[in-house]
Write a protein that binds this ligand. Structure first.
Ligand code: 6PG
Length: 237
C-alpha cells in the first residue's frame, strides 16, 4: 500500500494538524466512530490538543469509542500505563461516556488480559474474520520505536506471526514488562492507520521503514483505505 506522508515543521504543528484531521474524520462519520490510540510519549501532545476547549467542545465524544493499540500489563495508575497517560492528557478534560472508553484490563495474567481484550473488540465490532468485508477501527494510531516496533509488535516476536487473534500477550521481543498488543490483521482491517513520528532520533528508522525494509515490524502495517505517516521535519531525514 502506497503510504501518504505528511510532514509538518514541528511537533506543535503536527499535534494540531492531526487533531484537526481526526476531528474531520469523526465529523465525516454519521454514527459510531472508533479509534485505537497509540502509546508511548509521542501521542501525548495530540491528546493535550484534543483536550483544549477548541477541540474538546467540537469533537463528537458521545459517539466516539476509544481503544488502545497496545498497553503495558501494569495497573491503570502505573506511570508506564498508556491508559494513565491518555487519562491525564485527555480523558480527565473531556465529557465522554465511560462506556465509550475501552482500556486493556489489568487482571489475572497478561494472557487473560489479552483474551479479555480480544473479546471486548469482538463484542464491539462483531465476530468473524477482520478484513475488507469486516472493517474494524475507523482510525488506528501507531507510533514507531527506534528498533522498528509498532504497537507492541517487536522484531523477532512471535506476535508478528499472529493472523487470527485480535489481541495477544507479548512477553518476548525484549520487552521490559509484559504487554498486550493488537495484531497485524486488526490494523489491516482499520479504515485508516495513522503513524505519528516526531523527532530526529526517529529519522533513521523512519527512512528504513519508508524504504520498505521488512526487517522492521512497522513496515508490514497496512490499512483498508489509507496508511498515513504524520511526521515533523526533524523525523524526515
Ligand atoms: C508503547 C507504544 C509503542 C510506541 C513506540 C514509540 O506502548 O510503547 O505503543 O509502540 O508507539 O515505542 O514510542 P514514543 O512515542 O515514546 O517514541
Amino acid at each position: 500500500m502506497k503510504p501518504t506522508i505528511i510532514t509538518y515543521p514541528d511537533g506543535e504543528t503536527l499535534a494540531r494538524k492531526v487533531a484537526e484531521w481526526l476531528l474531520g474524520e469523526a465529523e465525516a462519520k454519521p454514527d459510531r466512530f472508533s479509534v485505537a490510540l497509540s502509546g508511548g510519549t509521542t501521542p501525548r501532545h495530540l491528546f493535550e490538543v484534543l483536550a483544549t476547549p477548541e477541540f474538546a467542545t467540537r469533537f463528537p465524544w458521545q459517539r466516539t469509542h476509544l481503544f488502545w493499540g497496545d498497553e503495558r500489563f501494569v495497573p491503570h495508575d502505573d506511570k508506564n500505563s498508556n491508559f494513565r497517560m491518555t487519562r491525564e492528557a485527555l480523558l480527565d478534560h473531556i465529557k465522554m461516556p465511560p462506556d465509550n472508553i475501552h482500556p486493556v484490563p489489568y487482571r489475572g495474567t497478561v494472557a487473560d488480559a489479552a483474551a479479555a481484550y480480544d473479546a471486548t473488540l469482538r463484542a464491539y465490532f462483531g465476530p468473524g474474520t477482520a478484513g475488507p468485508g469486516h472493517q474494524l477501527f475507523d482510525v488506528a494510531f501507531l507510533g514507531l520505536g527506534e528498533n522498528g516496533h509498532t504497537a507492541s509488535l517487536f522484531p523477532a516476536s512471535v506476535g508478528l506471526q499472529e493472523m487470527h487473534a485480535w489481541a495477544i500477550p507479548v512477553t518476548d521481543g525484549g520487552v521490559q514488562q509484559p504487554r498486550v498488543s493488537l495484531t497485524y490483521p486488526v490494523f489491516a482491517a482499520s479504515r485508516k492507520v495513522a503513524f505519528l513520528v516526531e523527532g530526529a532520533a526517529k529519522a533513521p528508522i523512519l527512512a528504513a521503514v519508508l524504504n520498505g525494509d521488512h526487517r522492521y515490524p512497522a513496515t508490514r502495517i497496512t490499512a483498508l483505505d489509507e496508511l498515513i505517516w504524520f511526521t515533523d521535519k526533524a523525523a524526515i531525514a
